[in-house]
Design a protein around this ligand. Structure first.
Ligand code: FMN
Length: 135
C-alpha cells in the first residue's frame, strides 16, 4: 500500500454542491477500489490523503489531476505503508480553518523527500481529530 497527500487550488467558484458531488463519486468509487482517505477543503484549497494499493492510488491520482475543478496539484508526501490512517473513511471530509492550510503550506514549501515524518504525522493526527469531531 501507499499513502499520498497532495494539495491543489480549488477553482474560485467551488461551492458546497460541487464538494458534495466530489464526495458522492469518491465514496462510491473508493469503496470499490479499496481506497480510504480524507478530503480537506478551505481557504480556496483542497488537500487530500489517498491510501490503498499502490497502482490503484496512483491511477486515481492521475485521474484526479485531470479534474477541471482544481489546478496546481502538488504531491506533498508519498510513502509506502502497511497501515491505514483513515481505515473507516472511504473519503472523510473536513472543512478546514485557514490555519490548517498554513501547516500544509509549510510542508508544501519543502521538497517531498525532505518533509519530516514528525510534521506529517502531526498533521495526520490533526485530520483524525477533526474527522472524529465531524461525526
Ligand atoms: C479535489 C478532488 C478530489 C477527488 N477525489 C476523488 C476520489 O477520492 N475518488 C474518486 O473516485 N474521484 C475523486 N475525484 C473526482 C475525479 O476527479 C473524477 O471526477 C471521478 O473519479 C470520476 O468518476 P467516474 O469515472 O465514476 O465518473 C476528485 C476530484 C477532485 C477535484
Amino acid at each position: 500500500m501507499i499513502r499520498l497527500l497532495y494539495s491543489s487550488q480549488a477553482k474560485p467558484d467551488t461551492h458546497s454542491d460541487l464538494l458534495e458531488d466530489i464526495l458522492l463519486t469518491s465514496r462510491k468509487n473508493n469503496a470499490a477500489l479499496n481506497i480510504t482517505g480524507v478530503l480537506v477543503h478551505g481557504g480556496g484549497m483542497f488537500m487530500q490523503v489517498l491510501e490503498g494499493p499502490e497502482a490503484v492510488v496512483l491511477r486515481l491520482y492521475v485521474k484526479i489531476l485531470d479534474d477541471k475543478r482544481h489546478t496546481d496539484s502538488r504531491i506533498i508526501h508519498i510513502t509506502p505503508t502497511s497501515t491505514r490512517l483513515f481505515p473507516n473513511w472511504t473519503m472523510g471530509v473536513i472543512e478546514a480553518e485557514p490555519l490548517t492550510f498554513e501547516e500544509v503550506a509549510n510542508l508544501r514549501a519543502h521538497r517531498v523527500e525532505s518533509v519530516e515524518g514528525d510534521a506529517f504525522t502531526a498533521l495526520m493526527h490533526k485530520f483524525n481529530g477533526l474527522l472524529v469531531k465531524a461525526e
